[in-house]
Ligand binder design. Structure first.
Ligand code: FES
Length: 106
């Protein structure tokens, strides 16, 4: 596991997620009640970018079929979703957001 810089705190908004791709991994960063969270940016149903979706508080709604996930836990909240979303550990270091990702093995 490695920590990688993903975004700047000033890039974040409580109204919409921010897309980033540290080490080529698509990740969405959220600001929920002053807490920073990170999930995969790819919906578990099909290949939709959650950063194109609709965030309301601690919920992100997929733009394609309106499946909803809990941002903090990644839990799938409704149909058509059947698979939870991957969440990433987050640390805020001064004005930077760092996420912990799995090391690539080849
Ligand atoms: S692609 Fe996200 S709910 Fe279908």
């Amino acid at each position: 596991m490695s920590w990688v810089k993903a975004a700047g705190v000033s890039d974040l908004s409580p109204e919409y997620p921010t897309a980033c791709s540290p080490s080529g991994i698509p990740i969405a960063i959220y600001l929920v009640e002053n807490k920073v969270c990170a999930t995969s940016n790819i919906c578990t149903h099909q290949d939709a970018l959650l950063t194109d979706g609709y965030q309301e508080g601690g919920m992100i709604e997929c733009p394609l079929h309106q499946g909803q996930f809990d941002i903090a836990t990644g839990r799938a909240l409704c149909a058509p979703l059947t698979v939870d979303l991957k969440v990433y550990p987050v640390e805020v270091r001064e004005d930077e957001v760092w996420v912990q990702i799995e090391d690539k093995t080849s």
